[in-house]
Ligand binder design. Structure first.
Ligand code: SF4
Length: 488
């Protein structure tokens, strides 16, 4: 592998990009240069982290949006208990690691993720295994905060007035939010990877269900557009998606689907009309990937691209799978091929993308295939970092991070998980890490603990993931609360 990261321009355009070949990365723009640099981590740091993980027998579960420097080092470690994924798979990976011999779990993500890992480990009988975050401070999330508001409780109180109400809450919320929701309306969690299947299945099993989604407003709007557009497909195509549905049932579902109107992710909020205009003008032939959390303009661009076979809308895992599949197709085609993808999600995704794409390209290095990832952010969306060889790092230096006018697609909360803080946390004795544990909620709601109540919606989601059907207790809960209300 070449040790150099040549700064050759890949293609003209408004945004930074990173071109990937089997053994070479070509960044364009300082943002991409810093991303590329982190993909070649320092060997001594990798050895230090590997030794610490081995000594402490710690498993690490990290989110795709993690700091690229940290992901670069993690991906070079040889310790077997390291897992990077979307939030759904993180908790299952933690259980798997513990069952294979990890003695503690370190979560690299935001606080709802460590709470989720704790709840799932407890449900699997691993209450004694410590779970640690890498900060003594709260690691927030703008969506989780939106769901802590009075407005969200009012939204749920209104939902409870509807017959057969079901609350589908995005996993990006605290255990307390989930508990407060569960006492108001039967609730199950979802992720961006399973939200569409969850809603389809709930509507198939619970006749006339009214679904209340929250707290992500853009995702709620996008889901309504998506179900409206799916209803226009023929019945055969709809049944291929879900055998219990046809255009009539999808139209009825769309009518009874509601969303909260005051919550968004500060990162995906960046992908607004201005970015979309530049993508349209400068990258007319690019494949477009768009996360479900992006604003409507970007979602529409991704939906059109998906319909035309040159893009995908969905979760981080869907985006990764699409880039992998297109790379494989290019490898099987004859002649030189150059693929270009606009990355419609958090820039930390670049680390797993580069790793997977290079694995595929190295299967046959004779093939002339190049994959360019375009970051639709302003090139100047970097912070000065005098200690870095390039003098810059992705994202902003401090504070809340992304601005509506700016163009930074990195999550300021996720970036609170730094390489330094991971090394420091592992070096400390677990007895000194009380402040690093997931938040413990001591209050009771209707005589039940927040942990117990808040875990129920997560366990309902896990039942659906495992069995492909709604948890019977949840379906019963919707019917019981409706009957009670009707009788009253
Ligand atoms: S990217 Fe950051 S702010 Fe957005 S949903 Fe994820 S954790 Fe929350």
């Amino acid at each position: 592998m070449s040790d150099e990261v040549p700064a050759a321009p890949a293609s003209p355009g408004s945004f930074p990009s990173l071109s990937i070949r089997a053994n070479e990365l070509s960044p364009r723009g300082s943002f991409a240069e810093s991303q590329a640099l982190y993909l070649r981590p320092d060997a001594e740091t990798v050895a230090e982290l590997d030794a610490l993980l081995k000594r402490t027998r710690a498993g690490v579960v990290a989110h795709f949006y993690m700091d690229p420097e940290l992901q670069g080092v993690l991906s070079a470690c040889s310790w077997p208990y390291i897992h990077v994924s979307d939030s759904l798979a993180m908790a299952d990976a933690a259980v798997g690691m513990v069952e294979k011999g990890a003695e503690r779990i370190v979560v690299l993500g935001v606080d709802f993720m460590s709470e989720n890992v704790r709840a799932v480990l407890d449900a699997a009988g691993h209450e004694s295994v410590p779970v640690h975050r890498v900060s003594a401070e709260a690691i927030g999330c703008s969506l989780a905060e939106a769901a802590e508001s009075e407005a969200y409780l009012a939204y749920l109180d209104d939902a409870a007035e509807h017959p057969r109400a079901l609350h589908v809450v995005y996993i990006n919320t605290s255990l307390r939010t989930k508990a407060l929701a569960q006492v108001r309306v039967p609730t199950l969690t979802c992720t961006s990877g399973n939200v569409v299947r969850t809603i389809l299945q709930a509507a198939a099993e619970i006749p006339d269900v009214s679904i209340f989604f929250g707290p992500d407003t853009y995702m709620g709007e996008n889901l309504e557009v998506l179900f409206g557009s799916l209803a226009e497909l023929g019945d055969d195509a709809i049944r291929a998606l879900h055998p219990a549905h046809d255009s009539r049932s999808l139209r009825a579902l769309r009518e009874r689907l509601h969303h909260f109107e005051q919550g968004n992710c500060v990162v995906h909020h960046m992908f607004g009309a201005e970015v979309v205009g530049l993508v349209r003008a400068d990258y007319p032939d690019a494949q477009v990937t768009a996360h479900l959390e992006v604003p409507g303009e970007m979602f529409a661009l991704g939906m059109r691209a998906q319909r035309e076979g040159r893009g995908v809308i969905g979760s981080t895992s869907d985006i990764l799978a699409h880039i992998e599949a297109q790379t494989r197709l290019a490898m099987n085609a004859s002649g030189a091929r150059r693929l270009q993808f606009v990355l419609g999600t958090e820039a930390g995704m670049v680390t797993p993308i580069v790793r997977r794409v290079q694995e595929i390209l190295r299967e046959d290095e004779a093939r002339d295939v190049e994959v360019e990832i375009v970051f639709p952010v302003a090139s100047e969306a970097v912070a000065a970092a005098p200690d870095s060889p390039l003098g810059v790092v992705p994202g902003v230096a401090a504070g809340e991070g992304c601005t509506v006018a700016g163009g930074c697609a990195t999550c300021p909360y996720m970036k609170m998980n730094s390489l330094t803080s991971l090394l420091a946390t592992l070096a400390r004795d677990p007895s000194e890490l009380t402040a690093f544990e997931p938040r413990k909620y001591l209050e009771k709601i209707e005589r039940r603990s927040v942990a117990e109540l808040g875990s129920e919606p997560i366990l309902h989601m896990r039942h659906f993931s495992r069995e492909g059907v709604m948890a019977p207790a949840l379906v019963q809960d919707v019917a019981t609360r409706y009957a009670r209300r009707h009788a009253g």
